[in-house]
Design a binder for this molecule. Structure first.
Ligand SMILES: C[C@@]1(CC(=O)O)C2=NC(=C\c3[nH]c(c(CCC(=O)O)c3CC(=O)O)Cc3[nH]c(c(CC(=O)O)c3CCC(=O)O)/C=C3\N/C(=C\2)[C@@H](CCC(=O)O)[C@]3(C)CC(=O)O)/[C@H]1CCC(=O)O
Ligand SMILES: NC(=O)c1ccc[n+]([C@@H]2O[C@H](COP(=O)([O-])OP(=O)(O)OC[C@H]3O[C@@H](n4cnc5c(N)ncnc54)[C@H](O)[C@@H]3O)[C@@H](O)[C@H]2O)c1
Length: 210
């Protein structure tokens, strides 16, 4: 596996996107859901990119030729998405020399990472890639996966998340609650009503101890 998936904490991070066309939009539509501050520098913007800017205050559109833009050194990640290959390579070199994490839309070889197709709902994030082989196939796998995320299933995930938080809290307070992993494993097959009863019981025991 050449490309290893990780989840980056976007809180208090600054991201630069160069270019405001199709490739840029594919990245921005998901970046727009993060907590990052995002500067997009481009001579022109696709209508869809303009619209993202209206709904997300963290996205700043800067209408400028990148060659005239005064680049600050406080970006954590850079997405290079212009339609000019030589320019993309030049910008890439500039940031790589500074050890920034860089993705270049028209050069997988120069990119430090690839982006996955993403579905995000409540506490669930499903991300799929095909190791760069077929983004359309990644989209297809994601659509199929999305079908299992019905209301009952997402409620089950929320309950499991809440139960784990409660167990961790008790554990941190020094209470003997057994092994969290075995408890969580034993809950996987339970239905939502049983999980709610289990959660109420832990919450009651926390209240009694306080
Ligand atoms: C998942 C998604 C997310 C996103 O973009 O963030 C994504 N591409 C998406 C769509 C898409 N991209 C392209 C088409 C046109 C059809 C086609 O070419 O197949 C479509 C289809 C469409 O638009 O429906 C063109 C394209 N893409 C890349 C190249 C260059 C190359 O292959 O080297 C070219 C050719 C450019 C050209 O020649 O003109 C490269 C990459 N695209 C990736 C991700 C990474 C690999 C992911 C993986 O492993 O599966 C990778 C390696 C790097 C990267 O960009 O991170 C998003 C889909 C989901 C969504 O809609 O959210
Ligand atoms: N990785 C991917 O997912 C993906 C997807 C689609 C296309 N691509 C590739 O990405 C590249 C861009 O394709 P596109 O469809 O987004 O092109 P596009 O024409 O839609 O967008 C190019 C953008 O770059 C901007 N730009 C060009 N020169 C600039 C400069 N000097 N300063 C600032 N902005 C400048 C333009 O204003 C425009 O907004 C192509 O090589 C394409 O093959 C990659």
């Amino acid at each position: 596996m050449r490309y290893y998936p990780i989840c980056i904490d976007t809180l208090n991070k600054k991201i630069l996107v160069v270019g405001g066309g199709n490739a840029s939009y594919l990245k921005l539509k998901d970046l727009a859901k993060t907590d990052a501050h995002i500067d997009v520098v481009s001579e022109k913007f696709l209508k869809e990119v303009d619209e993202l800017n209206n709904i997300n205050r963290n996205i700043i559109l800067i209408r400028e030729n990148i060659e005239n833009f005064e680049i600050s050194d406080d970006y954590h990640m850079v997405f290079i998405c212009t339609d000019n290959h030589e320019l993309n390579m030049e910008i890439c070199k500039y940031f790589k020399d500074k050890k920034f994490l860089v993705m270049v839309a028209d050069s997988r070889e120069k990119s430090d990472f690839i982006t996955s197709a993403i579905l995000h709902k409540d506490n669930i994030t499903v991300s799929v890639n095909t190791q760069g082989k077929s983004p359309t196939a990644a989209k297809l796998i994601l659509n199929e996966t999305g079908k299992i995320l019905n209301e009952e299933f997402t409620e089950k995930i929320s309950l499991l998340c809440e139960i784990r938080e409660q167990l961790k809290m008790k554990n941190n307070e020094g209470l003997n609650i057994g092994n969290i992993k075995s408890t969580m494993d034993s809950l996987i097959c339970k239905n939502n009503s049983d999980l709610k009863i289990f959660l109420n019981d832990i919450e009651d025991s926390v209240r009694q101890e306080n």
